[in-house]
Design a protein around this ligand. Sequence first.
Ligand code: FES
Length: 140
Amino acid sequence: MYSEKVMDHFRNPRNVGAIEDADGVGKVGNPVCGDIMELTIKVEDGVITDARFRTFGCGAAIATSSMVTELVKGKTVEEALSISNRAVAEALGGLPPIKMHCSALAEQALQSAIQDYMGRQKGSPGETKESGSGETEEQD
Ligand code: FES
């Protein structure tokens, strides 16, 4: 039912964990099955240098999370934004149609982490969050 690559990434998932000082965090869930995926990314000069994931979910969700962390490393945020769940599934040698929705979780987690990164850039242009003396916090 599953390709060898899927089984490999399920058994030996790459980049498991969370980046402590991440530049972007994405957390998404599938309301139907209840599975949850969290993706953290590190970005330097617009390029994703590290990505880690924590997934509480099915084997296909774990394999696609693992693959997405491999795919985004070394890509610019713009390039990473265009990675579709189909591309992730293809990189794994395909997924059974009934499991394609699991790969959607990986795409959404990636999009969400990048949105978070971009939001932070707008929030404090040109400086890091840690500096924060006398900053006013804005929420919309
Ligand atoms: Fe929930 Fe696969 S069954 S993500």
